[in-house]
Design a protein around this ligand. Structure first.
Ligand SMILES: [Zn+2]
Length: 396
């Protein structure tokens, strides 16, 4: 019963290791590209200098200057590589620590061991930190990570970078996000992102809102026409804003002027950024809770009359809402649960029927009878019976 199913739990941990590994890989790729580009350039330069000096079209002074320029370029390359090395060291350290954390877990055999309590406390903390970071509580998240010594198990700075872009969008500035698109151009193409188009569209809308028509037309020519093959319908719509003022009631132009489009941009950026960084689209807390809730959800959970107060899914406000889209769990054996106590009814706690036909557990009814001089009140109908009137129910 208390044995741990390691594979099940580890199946949720894929992004945990994937995030630093991908960062490491992308950092190495960037260094590699820098080196290849610079070496190719320098090799050309050196052969040009040697050719020219042999021909005599460069004197020794000029050769010296040219060589000095090469040395300077090499120093710049060295500096850049030093910076990326720091990143590489960080992410390789993180990968190592995270793998060790998962390795530690595989050596724990039972759920009631102290080792598992310790391990799951760390897991809980990192899940809570992930939740806080997604909700913008960066400082609290950092403090928790620091006090629990789990900085290598969370991705605070990656969220901090994306928070800057989100804040800019909330201030209604596309500049930072467009720069982000430029920096991540090839990865965004791979996931077929249309974020850049949405940003360009928004900048056009803002020009139209201010009735700066000439500038808007020039902007559209430069930044919207490259998208005409795939987004001609959207471009036609947005261009028509030049004929409709911001206070228009006409659909769909009224919607295009709507300021809530900025929130949509934040959401679009978030989902693209999460995809690129290998973060789960939903907070880890939701994912983990849903994994557990899916094992508990039954058709009875969403029937207000049959709520079991011991079942988290039966609470429609909190965990029930989180479980709404989950499939029902597959139960090999059904169990009957007492509506009063939430306890399972079985041979040790028999189901007892009242004269009105409603069934409750023996333990709950006897406790009620002992507190009320042998009287039992049916919680559903309010009818009062004598405890001697309850009858055993046999389920076949
Ligand atoms: Zn339930």
């Amino acid at each position: 019963m208390n044995k741990i199913n390691h594979d099940q739990l580890l199946s949720l941990e894929h992004p945990f290791v994937k995030i630093p590994v991908e960062k490491l890989r992308s950092s190495l790729r960037t260094s590699q590209k820098h080196i290849e580009k610079e070496i190719a350039n320098l090799t050309d330069k050196v052969s040009e200098i040697s050719k020219k000096s042999v021909q005599g079209s460069m004197d020794s002074k000029q050769v010296e200057v040219a060589l000095e320029a090469i040395v300077n370029r090499l120093s710049t390359l060295k500096r850049k590589l030093k910076d990326t090395r720091a990143d590489e060291a960080l992410y390789s350290q993180r990968t190592k620590v995270r793998l060790q954390h998962l390795q530690d877990f595989t050596t724990i055999a039972t759920l009631d061991s102290d080792d598992f309590s310790r391990w799951s406390r760390v897991r809980l903390n990192r899940i809570v930190i992930d939740y806080m970071l997604r909700d913008g509580f960066k400082e609290t998240a950092s403090l928790l990570a620091k006090s629990e010594h789990i900085e290598d198990l969370v991705d605070i700075e990656l969220f901090a970078q994306s928070a800057k872009v989100e804040q800019a969008l909330t201030r209604q500035s596309c500049t930072e996000c467009l720069q982000w698109c430029k920096d991540n151009n090839s990865s965004l193409k791979k996931i077929k992102s249309t974020l850049e188009f949405s940003l360009r569209e928004q900048e056009f809308i803002e020009l139209a809102r201010e009735r700066r028509s000439q500038e808007a037309i020039a902007y559209a020519k430069k930044y919207l026409t490259p998208w005409q093959e795939t987004h001609i319908k959207e471009i036609n719509h947005v261009m028509a804003l030049l004929a409709f003022p911001p206070e228009t009631k006409c659909h769909p132009y009224k919607r295009l002027y709507d300021k809530s489009r900025w929130n949509d941009l934040v959401a679009q950026f978030r989902s693209n950024n999460f995809a690129l960084q290998f973060f789960t689209p939903e907070p880890l807390l939701n994912v983990t809770l849903q994994a557990g809730l899916s094992a508990l959800k039954t058709p009875m959970c969403y029937q207000p009359d049959n709520r079991n107060f011991n079942c988290p899914v039966c609470d429609p406000e909190t965990l029930g809402a989180l479980a709404a889209d989950l499939p029902l769990s597959h139960h090999f054996n059904s169990s009957i649960v007492c509506r009063i106590s939430g306890q399972i009814m079985n041979e040790d706690n028999l189901p007892m029927a009242l004269p009105n036909g409603y069934v409750y557990s023996y333990n709950a009814l006897s406790e009620m009878a002992s507190l009320h001089n042998g009287k039992i009140t049916c919680p559903r109908t309010g009818e009062v019976f004598d405890s001697t009137q309850m009858k055993k129910v046999f389920i076949s």
